[in-house]
Design a protein around this ligand. Sequence first.
Ligand SMILES: [Zn+2]
Ligand SMILES: [Zn+2]
Length: 338
Amino acid sequence: MAKPSDFASWLMPETAGLRCVAGGFFIDPVRAVDRAVITHGHSDHARPGHGAVLATAETIAIMKARLGEQCAGTFQPLRYGEPLTMDGVTVRLVPAGHILGSAQVVIEHRGQRAVISGDYKRTFDATAVPFEPVRCNLFVTEATFALPVFRHEPDKSEIGKLLASLQAFPERTHVIGAYSLGKAQRLIALLRAAGYDNTIWLHGALEAMCDLYETQGIGLGALRLVSEATDKLPGEIVLCPPSALKDRWSRRLTEPMTAYASGWMRVRARARQSGVELPLVISDHCDWPELIETIAETEAEEIWVTHGREDALVHQITQMGKRGRALALVGYEDEEGE
Ligand SMILES: [Zn+2]
Ligand SMILES: [Zn+2]
């Protein structure tokens, strides 16, 4: 059984992020470093200015599209499951199920295995390769929705609410706030899976990432820009960034019925605060039961918690007979991927 010191000597939380001392790299650093391993393309994880970036090809494509072709000195794509040895450390990327290209980072050193989850979820998502649990000694988990109150509804029933509203109010434009990377494409995929084949209309801010998903082989069906519409889109579904729900932009639509797709919509106060008529609990993170189940599945003796409600989860981990530690890393807001 590993002692905490076994990991503390070669993997440590620093202000720039989690650092693999033995391998000479950081995971998702919040400031520019020489060597970075990036779990996924959300802006709190994938930042510009690193000397060298190691990530999945999809994450590299996302970084280049959002941050520019020159956003890092060099890029090295690594396929899921393919081992890479760096300075006596073996690194693998394993699917995290969060968004296109998202990966857990598996690091092996001196007979110990550490897994850094990045953001992850267990719910099926047609736009991301499903999460694969990896047995390890140390599991570093995110904790975005780590309170027992967070139990995400089945996404099919949330999509059902949206389609029922569309039937009940066939004249109104249904405008859904969804972040541009991940959530928007998942929502479109869920609508397609529910049999909705009509054109889905996009705010211009969502176009680039939808195009990128298409070029990466994720079919999204018929999409058009709201700016190209010749009428006020009665009875149509429109996706926009959450910030556009409240601004003048939506005045061009017919009596907009506003919706917002986020794990936060589970909290009534947050849903009310968002001011939308139709809160949809659709999240790209684990809910509380999924976090607990995943921690158990990894069989890790030691769990480090980052990125959210750390104390509640550390308490739970202790009750599970494991060693828990809150990392309190700064700079991971995940405004985008909630
Ligand atoms: Zn995040
Ligand atoms: Zn994320």
